[in-house]
Design a binder for this molecule. Structure first.
Ligand SMILES: *[C@@H]1O[C@H](CO)[C@@H](O)[C@H](O)[C@H]1NC(C)=O
Ligand SMILES: *[C@@H]1O[C@H](CO)[C@@H](O)[C@H](O)[C@H]1NC(C)=O
Ligand SMILES: *[C@@H]1O[C@H](CO)[C@@H](O)[C@H](O)[C@H]1NC(C)=O
Ligand SMILES: *[C@@H]1O[C@H](CO)[C@@H](O)[C@H](O)[C@H]1NC(C)=O
Ligand SMILES: *[C@@H]1O[C@H](CO)[C@@H](O)[C@H](O)[C@H]1NC(C)=O
Length: 836
């Protein structure tokens, strides 16, 4: 077994290393008089991109497109998205007037570049995926595909505007996975105000990344976790305003796609697993929904209890009744009118820290001025309601000026967010005490001059605070946890529940972690999350560890507190199905967690593999063991006296050790545990989030139960719930029809033995109990474990459970069925399950 697996992996890695095989006669160029028929392709010189005819998904229509040679479903450009060819008779020719023409079987022009040039034009597919038409022997480009983007932005492409020609570059989503005709969404660079990447549905804004601040787009600071892969640039010149990125030499293939549902995703090709990893996707959570909290509202993804919205200080809900019904889109109204006329004002500014700057579409921008000047200008202008620095490239030395004159729209808290200065009447500002703790500090002014003085004092205080912080942090980590040899330390038994236990894992020095990860080298990278990068660490004794470097929260005092709380809780978790925290590091601004190393990486790379042999590696026995393992791990978290909610269970968070034992990971990080605190970040991964949490932020243990049910069904079917949103209903249907084997089981895995099939059927049933709409209807994890580990041959139980499930399908009126597992299950309580 071990040997065959090895050879599979060897074979795989060989396939990855070997260059793309070039078929005889494949070229990257066609010239006049030559043509490409349906069965032929052009391949770029280095083999990365292929141009040819394809049919997306289940469609049988033919389209001309360009795709990544390693992954032919990763189509990045389509010529005739809205005019498919209905047969295999399409042909691409280059006319003697310099146009590239796509002809159907009848010789009709289906698509044309409309370019014109000399008679000897040629078309070439370049190594960056750009298809160019030019005069032969001249470098003049007559037409290029990069100027006509489909739904994908590649390295070297641009979004934005050519000011001379008025041409615009933007992405258009496909209509569906099977239909590349123009869909509902566009992704454009809004060049009015500060450059901002916007997703539009028709003409309605649905999502913004936030304005460019010189380093990143204000609302997506997590891009800093992959700045080693791509360089992003925003060009503002008299000729053009554009955004684009370039891949760094040696970086893996990557692309940005606008999906059919209006999601912008950065995908990076993982050559090891032969899968596209999602490095970023936006919108990420409720607060990214454009204008969620209306004018002068402030969205806080952690404030589920307030339906995420607050009015800014000095403002009240415009419609309190709508607001109390959680319709916050009406926004907020100023409580006290501003006092400003004839060049005098008594207004001041309130500093709102850590936000994605509001929409700057109608804002006034001046890049060549200072923030102090900006304040003075805003104060002097009675219609100015807020200002902010436009450029933070200089770190603490900010520059440039953006001023808002109408409503403040689409404001939210983000990690590493920026500062917004909000104009308020004097009476609405907190008492002018400069010693008042951040994050909000008042700036009150009768005139620009006094404001400037106060501001200087505040800036000075701020700088002092900033400088003090790292010193405090270092002091903490070396005084409370003296040992620095903790990389091999095993934590002691869990002692959760006895007050607030001190961390039982040790801290390690940053210099040590730098050494074992080759200074956090890109070559040691084994994974990435929204706010972290995971590196392989090689200890001096030859063992490996996973070193998870957080990039979030490090900038705030809050974040640091959360990190230590997490270390505390996690160090007290010990279970064979949880990835073990071994050590941590908190030095300067660095926050690092060291975990056991998992040779077989994560579950998703097997169950969702495009390669059948890789899927088959996990046979049904292994899959069943993994399901039981995950269930036990989650039940352990839930059973602790301080109940721990994982909140982000999904196959990529389930690691597999040398023996294919499931270990739940990523619990705790960027999530807080339920002991009275509110949660700073709302965690949502499409497909896994329980409906009540997605809609109302209602977080209970039953949210994990739902995610577990989805994971279970995914393990069995090999389908992603978010890619095929009907997975749950499909599973339901195949259960009802008694056709689990035919319709649900992943066909890439060898057929199960009859006995195994019985267990798989029971698993599906349990999965369906976990994904019921109402949290109250879902079983507890303890019951799930009991059911999974109970001898399932009792047909009586099976019969009564079947009624439960059948009841779901029939949507029968409220009725009750008794799931009597307690007789067989040690320790589990029977439970009444109500169905609607
Ligand atoms: C394509 O080229 C082949 C030979 O290279 C030729 O026989 C055929 O007529 C061409 N088709 C078109 C539509 O030009
Ligand atoms: C070429 O011109 C035709 C007719 O003006 C137009 O319908 C088509 O969209 C143009 N094609 C491209 C690729 O611009
Ligand atoms: C501003 O000046 C105008 C005329 O110059 C005067 O009518 C008005 O009352 C002044 N407003 C204030 C607030 O002083
Ligand atoms: C900009 O101003 C126009 C005209 O007043 C308004 O319709 C639009 O909603 C404003 N846009 C934003 C983003 O504030
Ligand atoms: C921008 O600010 C600079 C410096 O204060 C000033 O000289 C310039 O006139 C401003 N530009 C505009 C368009 O207001």
């Amino acid at each position: 077994m071990g040997a065959t697996m090895c050879s599979h992996l060897l074979l795989l890695s060989f396939m990855l290393l070997s260059p793309i095989a070039f078929a005889a006669g494949v070229a990257d160029t066609i010239g006049t008089g030559r043509n490409i028929t349906d069965s032929e392709t052009l391949v770029s010189a280095d083999g990365t991109f292929t141009l040819g005819f394809f049919s997306p998904g289940v469609s049988t229509k033919r389209y001309l497109g360009i795709w990544f040679s390693v992954s032919d479903d990763a189509v990045c450009w389509v010529a005739n998205g809205d005019r498919p060819i209905n047969s295999n008779s399409g042909v691409l020719v280059i006319s003697n007037t310099g146009s590239l023409l796509l002809l159907d079987g009848g010789g009709q022009i289906v698509w044309s570049t409309n370019s014109s040039g000399a008679s000897s034009a040629e078309a070439q597919l370049l190594d960056n995926g750009n298809l160019v038409v030019r005069d032969r022997g001249s470098s003049t480009i007559l037409w290029q595909s990069f100027d006509h983007p489909s739904n994908t932005l590649l390295s070297g492409m641009k979004l934005g505007k050519n000011i001379w020609t008025g041409a615009e570059w933007y992405l258009t989503s496909w209509r569906s996975g099977d239909d590349p005709s123009p869909g509902a969404y566009h992704r454009v660079l809004d060049t009015s105000g500060l450059p901002d990447l916007i997703v539009l549905q028709g003409h309605v804004r649905t999502y913004r990344t936030g304005p460019w601040n010189g380093r990143w787009f204000s609302g997506v600071p997590e891009v800093t976790t992959y700045m080693d892969l791509v360089t992003r640039q925003v060009t503002t010149s008299p000729g053009e305003i554009s955004y684009g990125y370039t891949a760094k030499p040696g970086a893996p293939l990557s692309r940005v796609v606008l999906t059919e549902t209006g999601m912008a995703k950065r995908l990076v090709w993982d050559a090891g697993t032969r899968m596209w990893q999602t490095f970023f996707q936006g919108p990420r959570d409720v607060c990214d929904a454009y204008g969620k909290c209306g004018a002068f509202g402030l969205c806080d993804a952690g404030a589920a209890a307030k339906s995420f919205c607050n009015c800014l200080t000095g403002f009240n809900p415009a419609s309190p009744s709508a607001w109390s019904l959680r319709d916050t889109s009406g926004g907020c109204r100023r409580k006290v009118k501003l006092d400003c006329a004839n060049g005098t004002t008594t207004d001041g500014f309130l500093l709102v820290r850590g936000v994605k700057l509001p929409d700057t579409h109608n804002a006034t921008v001046n890049m060549s001025t200072t923030v102090e000047d900006c304040m003075a200008r805003c104060l002097a202008d009675c219609s100015c309601v807020a200002y902010a620095a436009a450029d933070i490239q200089g770190g603490d030395v900010r520059s440039g000026c953006v001023m808002w004159r109408d409503d403040i729209i689409d404001l939210r808290y983000v990690d590493k967010g920026q500062d917004l200065y909000l104009r308020l009447a004097k009476s609405e500002l907190p008492a002018p005490s400069p010693r008042r703790p951040f994050p909000t500090a008042p700036v009150v002014g009768a005139s620009a001059a006094t404001v400037a003085v106060v501001l200087i004092i505040l800036v000075a205080l701020f700088v002092i605070r900033r400088r003090r912080k790292p010193i405090i942090s270092v002091f903490h980590s070396s005084s409370t946890v003296p040992s620095t040899e903790g990389h091999s330390a095993a934590p002691s038994q869990p002692s959760i529940g006895q007050g607030s236990p001190a961390p039982t894992v040790h801290s390690v020095e940053l210099s040590f972690l730098k050494k074992v990860t080759n200074d956090f080298s890109i070559h040691n990278t084994i994974g990435r999350g929204g706010f972290s990068v995971v590196f392989e660490g090689n200890l001096p004794d030859g063992r490996k560890v996973a070193v998870k470097k957080l990039t979030q929260s490090s900038a705030t005092d809050d974040g640091s507190e959360i990190f230590m709380r997490e270390v505390k809780v996690m160090s007290n978790l010990k279970h064979e199905n949880l990835a073990q925290l071994l050590a941590y590091c908190k030095e300067g601004n660095e926050r690092i967690l060291v975990y056991e190393y998992m040779k077989n990486r994560s579950l998703n790379i097997y169950i969702f593999a495009s390669d059948r042999t890789r899927r088959a590696l996990l046979n049904w026995e292994k899959r069943l063991e993994i399901i039981v393992g995950v269930a036990k791990g989650v039940a352990y978290l839930h059973g602790l006296s301080k109940e721990v909610i994982h909140r982000d269970l999904k196959p990529s968070n389930i690691l597999l050790d040398d023996n294919w034992r499931a270990k739940i990971a990523d619990f705790g990080t960027a999530k807080v545990f339920v002991d009275g605190q509110t949660n700073p970040t709302q965690v949502q991964t499409a497909g896994y989030t329980a409906p009540e949490y997605a809609a109302h932020g209602r977080l209970t243990l039953k949210c994990d139960v739902y995610s577990f049910g989805v994971v279970l069904l995914e393990i069995i079917s090999g389908q992603r719930n978010n890619a095929s949103p009907t997975l749950i209903s499909d599973a339901q249907e195949s259960w009802n029809q008694h056709k689990i084997k035919e319709d649900l089981l992943d066909a890439a895995v060898a057929q199960p033995e009859p006995e195994t099939l019985l267990e798989l059927e029971r698993c599906v049933q349990i999965g369906l109990l976990c994904v019921q709409q109402s949290p109250a209807d879902r079983t507890s994890m303890a019951e799930v474990v009991a059911m999974l580990t109970t001898n399932s041959s009792s047909s009586r139980i099976r019969q009564s459970d079947r009624q439960v499930i059948d009841g779901m399908a029939a949507s029968s009126p409220l009725r009750e069925a008794n799931l009597s597992t307690q007789e067989d299950a040690s320790g589990a309580q029977g439970d009444s399950i109500y169905l609607t």
